[in-house]
Write a protein that binds this ligand. Structure first.
Ligand code: ADP
Length: 429
């Protein structure tokens, strides 16, 4: 209440008291009643004017008022002006953003919290079969839009991107990423990766061809060296040592070529070739017996294997991954060390773990171990017959089975390499 209104109220109250003293209480109350009614009427009129103005503040001028009503009108007008300026700034930014994203070669789709299309750019329209005019505020539909993209969006597992063919041109390979933001809103980005994939395929083919070409000469050289070694007195004692070294190196190269061929075969085929039901108990017995042969009694090897847990996948690949981890444990654990193999069910599916008391791995190397030819200690890897490709092969095999490799290690204390299989690949019999 402003000062004038308060002063007026006091004067009016005094006037009523004076009238009361002169004319009696009834006259005073009547005067007070008339005054209050007029005062209320004035306020109701202002309220009505305010409501009327708020309905369309742009079209109507601010009502005339004095006192605190004038202040209220003025403050509200400022609010409205500021709100309108912000809205127009926001809509300018939004249209600048849309214009910029519209010229991107990557497809961009924005979904609201109900998974309905809020906006998409022209690239996304052609890549996924969308039409903004038709599909805005609609959910994606596998019958109309890219079915695989719809399934991927609905499944909600966005850790690994989805590779699909473009709906408008099947020769274009797309990589699809989904990110969640705000309140369950999503943004989908579709990148054209055809060129990268072509280069990758060329690199893989090149490695596979070179490895293949090297196989025959290596077999011939290895064969001759073996014959020379085996024929008594074919080579003088002086050179026998050299022949043995040549044989070992040839053998190493053969392993390298075999690993390169395995890697390029697995890499070039994204789908698991067979989906057999594999008895992990039987498979791990073979892995363990092979490992005993490699250890030659130098290590204590124990195991704890759940007999009833089976895996769905390619048996030779699962065997290779499990045996690779166990063989590494033997190669990187000094004599008398302990190696423990575990196969058990978990809440997420099932886990195969190889725990060793070996040399361990410094923390900074762990994240890079699955890179091709990445070794912590090159000479130790070579001395124990390693090619530097083992864990890379394991990683690719696991990717094909939607499984994960987990590595925990403490330098000089030991390591635990685990394969985490998802529930969908585990059967209990
Ligand atoms: P390599 O043929 O060199 O063993 P891998 O790809 O199998 O190649 O392993 C990569 C590197 O990881 C190895 O060179 C070694 O440094 C490290 N590594 C693997 N397993 C173990 C282990 N159980 N203990 C310690 N280091 C390991």
């Amino acid at each position: 209440m402003d000062k004038v209104a308060i002063a007026f109220l006091y004067v009016f109250a005094l006037l009523c008291l004076a009238v009361g003293a002169n004319q009696g209480i009834l006259a005073a109350l009547s005067l007070w009643g008339i005054g209050v009614t007029l005062y209320l009427g004035l306020h109701l009129q202002r309220q009505y004017q305010l409501l009327d103005w708020l309905k369309s503040p742009n079209n109507k001028s601010l009502p005339d008022a004095s006192g605190h009503w004038a202040a209220i009108f003025e403050t509200l007008k400022n609010f409205v002006n500021r709100y309108q300026a912000q809205t127009s700034e926001l809509s300018d930014s939004m249209s600048r953003f849309k214009n910029a994203v519209s010229v991107l070669p990557d497809g961009v789709v924005i979904f609201n919290q109900h998974q309905q299309v809020e906006w998409c750019n022209p690239s996304a329209e052609s890549q996924l079969g969308l039409n903004l005019w038709r599909d805005q505020d609609q959910k994606l539909n596998a019958g109309v839009h890219h079915a695989e993209a719809v399934r991927y969006l609905e499944a909600g597992h966005y850790e690994t991107p989805l590779n699909i063919k473009s709906k408008s041109n099947p020769r274009v390979d797309l990589e699809l990423h989904v990110y969640t933001f705000g309140t369950q809103q999503k943004i989908m980005i579709c990148q054209d990766v055809s060129q990268t994939q072509k280069l990758d395929a060329m690199r893989r083919d090149f490695i596979a061809n070179v490895s293949h070409e090297l196989r025959t000469p290596l077999t011939v050289v290895g064969g001759f060296l073996e014959t020379l070694h085996d024929i008594p007195n074919a080579v003088s004692q002086q050179y026998l040592h050299h022949i043995t070294l040549m044989e070992q190196q040839t053998q190493r190269m053969r392993h390298l070529v075999d690993d390169l061929l395995t890697l390029s075969r697995i890499e070039s085929d994204a789908n698991v070739p067979e989906n057999n039901e594999i008895s992990m108990q039987g498979l791990l017995e073979r892995v363990l017996s092979n490992a005993q042969g490699l250890s030659l009694g130098r290590h204590k090897i124990t195991h704890d294997i759940a007999p009833n847990l089976w895996i769905i996948g390619a048996e030779d690949e699962i065997y290779s991954a499990c045996s690779n981890l166990l063989n590494n444990a033997i190669r990187y654990t000094p004599e008398h060390g302990h190696i423990h193999v575990i196969w058990k069910g978990t809440d997420m599916g099932a886990t195969y773990s190889v725990i060793d008391t070996g040399i361990g791995i410094p923390k900074e190397h762990i994240a890079r171990l699955t890179e091709r030819f990445y070794r912590v200690d090159k000479s130790r890897s070579r001395d124990t017959g390693g090619t530097g490709l083992g864990l890379s092969i394991v990683k690719h095999i696991l990717m094909r089975h939607q499984a994960q490799l987990k590595i925990d290690s403490i330098e000089h204390e030991g390591s635990t390499f685990s394969i985490l299989f998802p529930k969908a690949r585990v059967i209990t019999k």
